[in-house]
Design a protein around this ligand. Structure first.
Ligand SMILES: [Mg+2]
Length: 287
């Protein structure tokens, strides 16, 4: 039997265990691997195809590439190795590796388990993050292949609501409290999961000003460096102030050159229909 203080230590450890989950395309990278794949396949109308699918609301947000890989004639014959090749075309943000490890170095009381949850094909994300994030920490869309290795169907999608399912599974498997989830994302495929994480009282961080995501995320961080995402976590989880965060980043060898903090109120006003607001027409004066 484990000794009592060992049990207490383990309990405390899991109470302070956080699931740190991140989207991939345009969150850890600058570009979109779907566009890279389209370029490699000579498909020049990829953006139009995606926009059309998004407009139809027929597939889950973020699953547009998956749909095209299975159904679009121009993507016929895509194989696993093409996904791997497209992943190598990812333009990664700086310090993805440090972002994932730095938080675990703060103190022994807090543990962060890092996972990448992307709607993109799993092979593509694994290839893009090779040597940085281990494949068992990556969730992505999985396909079925024919005998010649060509994509023929979807086995499992991690777009839209699929990300919620992954977060819940990890929460159960890794024994993580409901309010100890941190999700980082940039786009429309992240809205379901961010609403879910907000509902569980977790922390949601947007890394873009996408009009949908920025209304849902609790914090927004804009930077070319993946490491910048530690800022809201150090503030919200550790309660650090700006000076302490800056000192820590400097001790890691980073100079904070600019740090603007503002809340943006964006309003669009149009003329109200004033007639409806006049309670009653005035009576004409007597006489
Ligand atoms: Mg994304």
């Amino acid at each position: 039997m484990p000794r009592r203080n060992e049990v207490e230590r383990k309990t405390r450890r899991s109470a302070n265990r956080y699931l740190l989950a991140s989207d991939f395309d345009r969150t850890l990278s600058f570009n979109d691997c779907g566009q890279v794949l389209a370029g490699l396949r000579g498909v020049s109308t990829f953006d139009e195809k995606v926009a059309e699918l998004a407009e139809e609301n027929f597939v889950q947000q973020g699953a547009e590439l998956t749909y095209l890989l299975v159904h679009d004639p121009e993507f016929n014959g895509v194989r696993r190795e093409h996904l791997v090749e497209a992943g190598k075309g990812a333009h990664l943000k700086s310090n993805v590796e440090l972002f994932a490890s730095l938080l675990n170095e703060i103190d022994a009381e807090h543990e962060f388990v890092f996972y990448v949850i992307s709607a993109a094909p799993r092979e593509m994300v694994e290839s893009a993050l090779e040597g940085i994030v281990s494949p068992d920490r990556i969730f992505g869309t999985e396909f079925e292949y024919d005998a010649e290795g060509r994509i023929v169907d979807v086995r499992h999608s991690t777009a839209g609501y699929g990300k919620v399912a992954v977060v819940d599974r990890l929460r159960r498997e890794r024994n993580i409290a409901r309010d100890r989830i941190i999700y980082v994302g940039d786009g429309s495929s992240d809205i379901h999961v961010m609403l879910h994480v907000n509902r569980l009282d977790g922390l949601t961080i947007a890394v873009s000003e996408n009009e949908y995501i920025s209304q849902v995320a609790r914090r927004i961080v804009l930077s070319d460096d993946a490491l910048a995402v530690v800022v809201p976590i150090l503030e919200e989880v550790f309660g650090w102030d700006r000076g302490r965060i800056q000192a820590r980043l400097e001790s890691e060898g980073f100079l904070v050159r600019e740090w603007d903090k503002f809340q943006t109120d964006t309003l669009v006003l149009s003329a109200a229909d004033l007639e409806k607001r006049v309670p009653e027409a005035r009576q004409p004066p007597l006489g």
